[in-house]
Design a binder for this molecule. Structure first.
Ligand SMILES: [Zn+2]
Length: 306
C-alpha cells in the first residue's frame, strides 16, 4: 500500500516504511521539519534533524554519498564503517524511524542531538551487558581435567616483594583429575615477581619431563610467560635464561602444550604457592596435596565437567 499523498497525519507502520523506499512521496511534507517532501532519502539523509543525529554520532561521513539511491547508500555505508560504527548506524536508522513515528502518533518532538545521545547511551548499555556476560563466562571457567592419557600440570607463584621472597606451587593431575604429584618451592632474593613466575614454569616443565606420559599440558595464569615459551625466538628479556632452559627441555622429546588459563582455573596451584609463602616450608608429595590445599582440591573436583 502506498502512503496517501493527501493525509499528513496518517499513521505509518513498518509496511509503510518499506513502501517509502519504493515510492517517492513527493507531496507529503516531512512531519519533522515540515520543509520538504518526506521521502526515504529525506528522512534518513536530508532532514535537518537527521543531519544533527549523524553529526552527534560523529558519523557525518555517511552523508557524503548523497547522490546514491537509498539501497546503494546503505550498502556503501555498511561496507565502509568499522563493525562498532555499523552497530551505531543500524541503531540510528531505527531511532530516526521511531522518532518520526512518535511525532506522528504522540506529537512528541525531539531535537537531533537528543536522539543522537539516546543512541550513544543505548549502545553503551548493550556493550555493558555484553561485557558483563563475558565476565560471567570467564568466571565460570574452572579447572578441566585433561583428555585420556594426557597429564596436566598447573603452576603458579606468590611473591613477597618486601622480603624478596617467593614461592612456587605446582600440581600435576591425570585424565581422571587425580593428583599425581604436587610440589612447592621457596626462593630467596629474586628480583621480580616475573622471574619467580618463570622459575615456577621451569619447575612445571621439569616435572613434565620426569613424567612418563608422552603429552604434557602446562597451564598457568601468566599470559606473558606462556607467550614467551610458545615463541621459538630467543628471549632477550631479564628472564631470557629461564625461557631458554624451558625451550631446551621442550625441544628434547616429549610433546608439550603451554596454555594460558584464568586465575579461577588455576586455583589449586595458586593456593599451594600462597600457603608456602606463609609457611616457608617446601614440599614434594606424590598422589596428594598438603592439608591446607585439600579444600581447594575438593572445590575443583566439584566443578569439574563430566
Ligand atoms: Zn524533514
Amino acid at each position: 500500500m502506498a502512503p496517501e499523498s493527501t493525509n499528513k497525519n496518517k499513521d505509518y507502520n513498518m509496511e509503510d516504511f518499506i513502501e517509502l523506499s519504493a515510492y517517492e512521496v513527493k507531496d507529503l511534507s516531512c512531519p519533522r521539519c515540515g520543509e520538504r517532501a518526506e521521502t526515504i532519502n529525506h528522512l534518513f539523509r536530508e532532514c535537518p534533524i537527521t543531519v544533527e543525529v549523524w553529526s552527534t554520532l560523529l558519523l557525518q561521513n555517511v552523508l557524503i554519498d548523497v547522490n546514491r539511491d537509498f539501497e546503494q547508500w546503505l550498502t556503501r555505508v555498511f561496507e565502509q564503517l568499522i563493525p562498532h560504527n555499523c552497530r551505531i548506524f543500524s541503531c540510528a536508522l531505527w531511532a530516526i524511524w521511531e522518532d518520526r513515528n512518535l511525532r506522528i502518533h504522540n506529537k512528541k518532538f525531539s531535537i537531533g542531538k537528543k536522539i543522537g545521545n539516546f543512541i550513544i547511551n543505548y549502545i553503551a548499555e548493550l556493550d555493558g551487558l555484553e561485557n558483563r556476560k563475558l565476565v560471567k563466562i570467564k568466571e565460570k571457567m574452572n579447572w578441566r581435567r585433561p583428555s585420556r592419557e594426557f597429564v596436566k600440570i598447573n603452576f603458579d607463584r606468590a611473591f613477597d616483594g618486601q622480603n624478596n621472597f617467593s614461592a612456587s606451587g605446582i600440581v600435576a593431575r591425570n585424565d581422571e583429575g587425580l593428583i599425581i604429584l604436587s610440589c612447592s618451592e621457596t626462593h630467596k632474593e629474586f628480583a621480580s615477581a616475573f622471574a619467580t613466575e618463570a622459575i615456577a614454569f621451569r619447575k612445571a616443565v621439569q616435572m613434565g619431563m620426569e613424567n612418563t606420559c608422552p603429552i604434557v599440558i602446562i597451564e598457568g595464569d601468566s599470559l606473558a610467560i606462556i607467550k614467551k615459551c610458545n615463541n621459538k625466538d630467543q628471549d632477550k628479556s631479564m628472564i631470557g635464561a629461564y625461557i631458554s632452559d624451558i625451550q631446551q627441555m621442550v625441544n628434547r622429546s616429549k610433546h608439550f602444550v603451554f596454555k594460558h588459563i584464568p586465575r579461577n582455573a588455576n586455583a589449586l596451584a595458586h593456593k599451594i604457592a600462597i600457603e608456602i609463602l606463609k609457611r616457608k616450608v617446601e614440599d614434594y608429595l606424590e598422589k596428594k596435596v598438603l592439608e591446607y590445599a585439600k579444600n581447594q582440591k575438593l572445590l575443583e573436583w566439584v566443578h569439574e565437567p563430566d
